[in-house]
Design a protein around this ligand. Structure first.
Ligand SMILES: Cc1cc2nc3c(=O)[nH]c(=O)nc-3n(C[C@H](O)[C@H](O)[C@H](O)COP(=O)(O)O)c2cc1C
Length: 310
């Protein structure tokens, strides 16, 4: 008998827990020739904003030990072009589409974007990117640079979007905080159906020959296997303090690293940087989870969630 890989995130049921992380899979069409996209549990699209954004100047990425830095700066075509041009092809793939959204200046933008997307039948869920470290929020009344660094601002943003949509709402958290549980609890209290963690960690890399930063913006977001132990620790901490599902990510490269997150308490996992190294890795992880469950004589992936033995 085939093990049951299905999981639930709010109202959304996924056939398996393997997703692709926002910003690392474009709008999915780009990857169609390299990976069987229909085998994924869900696709999370590149974060969009109300208005188009050109993003940051280059170089925008560089390799680092066991990872990479990026400072894309939320380049995207804006909401209208997303709905007209990007959404129809990805919606045809027959996989739940989770749309990642951000606000550029004013958290009210979240509400405008969420209201529009709420009307789109092909959108399965919204992921609130309150944690992108490459866009500074000078928004009113915020103590910190990112909404996800402030529990009150997180609560206010999630609550406002919650009122604007009946779709499954996921809040993506930043690891660039002292206590991620405080932010997770604020998102949960405001009505988020699920949490996604982690976004990238702020980092810097310098070329000693030129004495210049390797990416134009100086500071960027670190991702890849280098961040995995931090991400797994954060998932485990948030799992013990909250009661809504967690989508774990940060350095997942293969089945074993995906399982680390599930055993720590993640209901689903997202593959990010690994897509650049091996575009079909998400398919391989789905097959790997089936083999792992069979070997463990487990009938469901559910039985593995939070199964850490201490
Ligand atoms: C090039 C690049 C672009 C990214 N763009 C976004 C984005 O637009 N929105 C977002 O929420 N996260 C973005 N991320 C963060 C990833 O979704 C993910 O949270 C992070 O990279 C950790 O996972 P990983 O180590 O598997 O890549 C980006 C990451 C990379 C490497």
């Amino acid at each position: 008998m085939q093990p049951d890989l299905s999981v639930r995130l709010g109202k959304l049921v996924l056939k398996n827990p393997v997703m692709v992380a926002s910003g690392t899979f474009g709008y999915a069409a780009e990857f169609r020739d390299f990976v069987d996209v229909r085998k994924l549990g869900a696709i999370v699209t590149k974060t969009i904003t109300l208005k188009p954004r050109q993003g940051n100047p280059g170089p925008r990425t560089c390799e680092t030990p066991s990872g990479m830095l990026n400072s894309i700066g939320l380049e995207n075509p804006g909401l209208d072009a997303f709905i007209d041009e990007k959404l129809p092809p990805v919606a045809q793939l027959g996989v739940p589409v989770i749309v990642s959204i951000a606000s550029e200046h004013d958290p009210e933008e979240f509400v405008t974007v969420a209201r529009r997307l709420d009307k789109e039948k092909s959108v399965a869920a919204l992921e609130l990117n309150i944690s992108c470290p490459n866009v500074k929020h000078a928004a009113r009344g915020l103590r910190a640079g990112l909404i996800a660094q402030d529990p009150e601002a997180t609560h206010a943003a999630v609550r406002a979007v919650r009122k604007a949509t009946r779709k499954t709402l996921i809040t993506k958290l930043s690891p660039n905080v002292t206590d991620i549980c405080e932010i997770a609890l604020a998102a949960q209290a405001a009505g988020s159906d699920a949490l996604a963690l982690i976004n990238t960690l702020q980092g810097m890399s310098i070329d000693s020959a030129t004495r210049r930063p390797k990416i134009a913006m100086g500071v960027g977001g670190l991702s890849g296997p280098a961040v995995r132990p931090i991400a797994v620790r954060m998932v485990w901490e948030v799992y013990r303090k909250t009661r809504i599902p967690i989508i774990g990510m940060g350095g997942i490269m293969d089945t074993a690293s995906a399982l680390e997150f599930i055993i720590a308490g993640a209901t689903a996992v997202s593959v990010g940087t690994a897509n650049f190294v091996n575009p079909s890795v998400s398919n391989e992880i789905v097959a790997g989870l089936v083999s792992y469950l069979k070997r463990s004589r487990a009938v469901t992936i559910q039985s593995m969630i939070g199964s850490l033995e201490l």
